[in-house]
Write a protein that binds this ligand. Structure first.
Ligand code: NAP
Length: 490
């Protein structure tokens, strides 16, 4: 049951598509239902956009591009900064909304508001620091001028697991660079994006600069947008399988693409690690967002001399967790996003156990309304188990052991993914060797969370293309032009 505060908040969330500065119903009048994964109840209906709404959103983004791209960077920066301030003011609303539509405990939603808001602040600062260069060519016969230009209208597709941060991580650098955008949030969690869009409007967003389409038909609505030759950039966060399809669709238009895709993060604990830190790091790396993060530690690779002690300690911690609706005090494990996610976690655990893994705790679905899976620890997971190859996306901590550094590296790199790795060791030289040897775009060395708006977030191998955040993040929305002029003395 939603409480009256929750109902009041939900009533304040815009329920239309947002096109050309106006909220309106979908052209065909259809709506899609949003569900609370902790109760299975429908909490809101929003516009269910069709391809016609997608085309209208593209028209609006293209119409707004000439003036937004020429708007002084300082003005664009100030809009983002005002939006940052409003996110702070409305932090509690944003946090509750995320918990309602996605399920994570409120404390974690508050953490996401901080993280997601930081992209607005960071890129408000970066907007005014876009640099070119000027130089003399080596022959001395000319002057070389390098300038940066907004890439053009962009299409931004976001997943359900971090409804605010995945939106701000794309919208903020795009706007800072002078691009206009069409945003498509996941059908499971459209409310946070709509609420945030209203924050941008209240911060002074000009019409057409950001357009939002909520839809249950992501494929049919997206395809014509991606095929539209006015589009210049596609930025996607989601699964590798969908990313691969979208890359094919982006090929005819030779679109600039950013792909933030799936992960299979190794979490390596060496025998010299500070086990207290490693256990704390493991709790964050594994159970943040109920394990539903691309950065979630998927494989715990622990030296055989400390494997039993590490397993005992993480099991103790996991047994102290409280499972429930994320709005309730003291809850540490909320529901998974839907029943399919529960079935997937359960199937991966069953496969691992059939192949010889030992259940230390959990390994059970929870009856009743909502999509819950008990936090689980598995030890002695055997090579060949599906859980070592696939992204778990649930609260299951799977442990394998190793004998020496080379074996640890071999196991850690034995995946087609390469988003992030975690390493715990007290040996500085070993830590430095791991930076060279692990094939991932990011690494936590004695820490369990790496995300930061000021850092270049992104993956190697099947985990993606491009970087979000950091100095690099705005570059994804800029084109480079080189101009040659003659030697002015020649
Ligand atoms: P998903 O199924 O790939 O969906 C992601 C987004 O793509 C959603 O908005 C979805 O819309 C849309 N989509 C699905 N099929 C589409 C199509 N044919 N054309 C256009 N859009 C389409 O992924 P998810 O289950 O939401 O998210 C989990 C995945 O995201 C995991 O693999 C996770 O690792 C990855 N992820 C990566 C990062 C990163 O930064 N690397 C961050 C977070 C998550 P609908 O849901 O409405 O269909």
């Amino acid at each position: 049951m939603t409480t009256s505060d929750e109902a009041d908040l939900l009533a304040r969330v815009p329920d239309g598509v947002f096109i050309g500065g106006r909220w309106r119903a979908a052209e065909n009048g259809r709506t899609l239902q949003v569900t609370d994964p902790a109760t299975g109840e429908v909490i809101k209906e929003v516009a269910d956009a069709s391809a016609a709404d997608g085309a209208a959103a593209m028209d609006a983004a293209c119409a707004a591009f000439p003036s937004w791209s020429r708007t002084p960077a300082r003005e664009r920066a100030e809009l983002l900064r005002r939006a940052f301030d409003l996110v702070q003011e409305r932090a509690e609303d944003l946090a509750l909304l995320m918990t309602l539509e996605m399920g994570k405990p409120l404390a974690e939603s508050r953490g996401e508001v901080t993280y997601g808001g930081e992209f607005l602040r960071w890129f408000s600062e970066e907007a005014v620091r876009v640099q070119g260069r000027y130089g003399v060519n080596p022959e001395g016969s000319g002057r070389m001028i390098v300038t940066k230009h907004p890439v053009g209208p962009c299409y931004l597709i976001t997943p359900w697991n971090f409804p605010l941060a995945m939106a701000t991580r794309k919208i903020a650098p795009a706007l800072a660079a002078g691009c206009t955008v069409v945003v498509k949030p996941a059908a499971l969690t459209p409310l946070t994006t709509s609420f945030f869009t209203q924050i941008l409007v209240d911060a002074g967003l000009p019409d057409g600069v950001v357009n939002v389409i909520t839809t249950s038909e992501s494929g049919p609505v997206s395809e014509p947008i991606i095929a539209d030759r006015r589009l210049r950039k596609l930025s996607f966060t989601g699964s590798t399988a969908v990313g691969q399809q979208l890359l094919k669709q982006a090929a005819p238009g030779v679109l600039r693409t950013s792909m933030e895709l799936g992960g299979n993060a190794p979490f390596v604990v060496f025998e010299d690690a500070d086990l207290d830190k490693a256990v704390d790091g493991a709790m964050l790396a594994k159970f943040r967002n109920i394990g539903q993060a691309c950065t979630a530690a998927n494989r715990f690779i622990v030296h055989r001399d400390v494997a039993e002690e590490f397993t005992r300690r993480v099991t103790e911690r996991v047994q102290s967790f409280t499972t429930g609706r994320g709005t309730e005090d003291g809850v540490t494990i909320g529901p998974l996003i839907d029943d399919r996610a529960v079935d997937k976690a359960d199937a991966l655990v069953s496969d691992a156990v059939e192949r010889g893994a030992e259940v230390r705790t959990g390994a059970r679905t929870v009856d009743g309304p909502g999509s819950f899976y008990e936090a689980t620890v598995l030890s002695d997971v055997q090579p060949g188990s599906d859980i070592l190859r696939e992204e778990i996306f649930g609260p299951v901590l799977a442990i394998v052991s190793f004998a020496d550094e080379d074996e640890a590296v071999r196991i850690a790199n034995d995946t087609e993914f390469g988003l992030v790795s975690y390493v715990f060791t007290r040996d500085l030289a070993r830590g430095q060797r791991m930076i060279d040897r692990l094939e991932t775009g990011m690494m936590g060395l004695n820490v369990g969370v790496v995300s930061n708006a000021a850092a270049p977030f992104g993956g190697w191998k099947l985990s993606g293309i491009g970087r979000e955040g950091g100095f690099e993040g705005i570059g994804e929305y800029l084109e480079t032009k080189y101009t040659l002029t003659p030697d002015p003395f020649g």
